[in-house]
Design a protein around this ligand. Structure first.
Ligand SMILES: [Zn+2]
Length: 54
């Protein structure tokens, strides 16, 4: 199981956010203060984002 990340990245604006809830390997809540996005499915960990790009 993935351990809790230090931050998540907003997929809308690619800004890191530290305002999130991480429960059992999943994002349950997240808020991007840059664009106001608060849909957990619109956030990824840095690792997940790197894997998508390669
Ligand atoms: Zn954002």
């Amino acid at each position: 199981m993935a351990s809790e990340p230090e931050f998540l990245i907003c997929l809308n604006c690619e800004t890191p956010t530290y305002s999130f809830e991480w429960v059992e390997g999943k994002i349950t809540e997240a808020l991007c203060t840059a664009c106001g996005n608060d849909d957990p499915s619109e956030f990824m960990t840095e690792t997940e984002l790197d894997e998508q790009r390669t």
